[in-house]
Design a protein around this ligand. Structure first.
Ligand code: UDP
Length: 363
């Protein structure tokens, strides 16, 4: 338990209901942080889209919901796109609630990757903080994140140093990593299973390279995740021999870890500067080594030669060779790394330290 209980408001992504998968990794980040903060004795309120539910074990938290249109996701817009907010947008409705209930809170922590909450921060008396969930995927977002950092960088945290390196910051970044409820992931010793891939099925995730590596080995690739871009999914399927890809759908965490844990390895092949890579750590938590491109968050999370292998980005031959070296690895080392570095408790503690460090000295 903390000796400094804080009054915290968490503001979800204005994309999708929590649990739908449309919010990507932010959904899991939010639910494990909520649980970690509640366990440490903080008062937590969550603002999320109507239809969302509090995760199990967080009954002492309060859920405040709003209805409205999703924001367009920045990673699928042109990098030069202007800011847009749909009519009846969820984003301003979340802000209405956050500004009303958060006036006296110790911190309002925003998890949405959006321009408006960043821009408004210096103009408010509220203690508005932002956990940035992506790299610089749009210029207008880069400018606003850098502008806020110049005003008070303490208001910003990042998941990894690689992600933060996309931005020109006056000080070293505050890196909080991410956290997982490890009781929900079962360690599995068996190392002879299939190859797996997990994530939103969208071009920035690079499924085609993992599929090509599996095909080069004459193996199947099990794929879990939301088919966000169906045309892309079909193009990937057509790029490898029929039957290579086994679509397993988007599963809730309990079922995902059950199936993922049986894999010999997870392949992670991002084409963008992935901010973190939840699925990488979820696989490791089950004892599944990860063979990943040395790019973005996964390049910081995988300990090459110990919990998986990092290879040169976009090099499918290197990926294929690394997959042949899996017997060199100990599955127990994968789980041990997650316990030390990415538990829900470790993550909640880092977020707490971030907020405490930024608190006005007079309070
Ligand atoms: N996920 C899931 N079920 C699936 C496949 C994926 O719940 O069948 C979740 C996974 O647990 C992870 C998220 O989808 O939290 C993907 O997050 P990641 O950080 O890997 O990528 P993002 O979508 O945020 O870019």
């Amino acid at each position: 338990m903390t000796s400094h209980p804080l009054d915290l408001i968490l503001v979800s992504t204005p994309i999708g209901v929590l649990g739908s998968g449309r919010g990507g990794g932010v959904e899991l980040t939010l639910s494990s942080l909520l649980k970690g903060l509640v366990d440490r004795g903080h008062r937590v309120r969550l603002i999320a889209a109507e239809g969302s539910q509090l995760p199990h074990g967080c009954e002492s938290a309060e859920l405040l919901t709003a209805e409205g249109e999703d924001q367009p996701s920045w990673q699928h817009l042109d990098g030069e796109s202007p800011v847009s907010i749909p009519r009846d947008g969820l984003l301003p409705r979340f802000l209405d609630i956050a500004l009303e209930v958060g006036a006296r809170a110790d911190a309002v922590i925003n998890f949405g990757y959006d321009w408006l909450p960043l821009w408004i921060t210096p103009h408010l008396p509220h203690q508005l903080y932002h956990l940035i969930s992506m790299g610089a995927v749009a210029e207008v977002m880069r400018d606003q994140i850098e502008a806020l950092a110049s005003w008070d960088q303490q208001r910003l945290a990042f998941h990894t140093a690689r992600q933060a390196s996309d931005f020109c910051l006056p000080h070293p970044p505050r890196v909080v990593g991410n956290g997982f409820d490890l009781a929900r992931y079962r360690f599995r010793q068996e190392a002879r299973g299939p190859l797996g891939w997990a994530g939103r099925v969208a071009p920035e995730k690079g499924l085609e390279d993992a599929a090509a590596a599996a095909a080069a080995l004459g193996e199947q690739l099990l794929v879990w995740g939301l088919r966000e871009d169906p045309a892309y999914a079909e193009a990937v399927e057509a790029s490898v021999p029929s039957g290579t890809l086994q679509w397993r759908g988007f599963l809730p965490t309990a079922d995902l870890q059950e199936e993922l844990g049986r894999c010999r390895a997870l392949i992670n092949t991002p084409k963008w500067n992935e901010a973190y890579g939840n699925v990488v750590v979820e696989a490791l938590a089950c004892g599944v080594p990860v063979v990943a491109y040395d790019r973005g968050g996964p390049g910081e999370l995988v300990q090459s030669g110990e919990t998986g292998f990092l290879v040169k980005p976009d090099d499918i031959a290197a990926l294929t060779s690394a997959l042949r070296r899996l017997p060199e690895l100990e599955r127990a080392a994968c789980r041990a790394w997650v316990e030390r570095n990415a538990s829900q408790a470790v993550f909640a503690r880092r977020v707490e330290d971030w907020i405490l460090a930024g608190r006005p000295t007079s309070s």
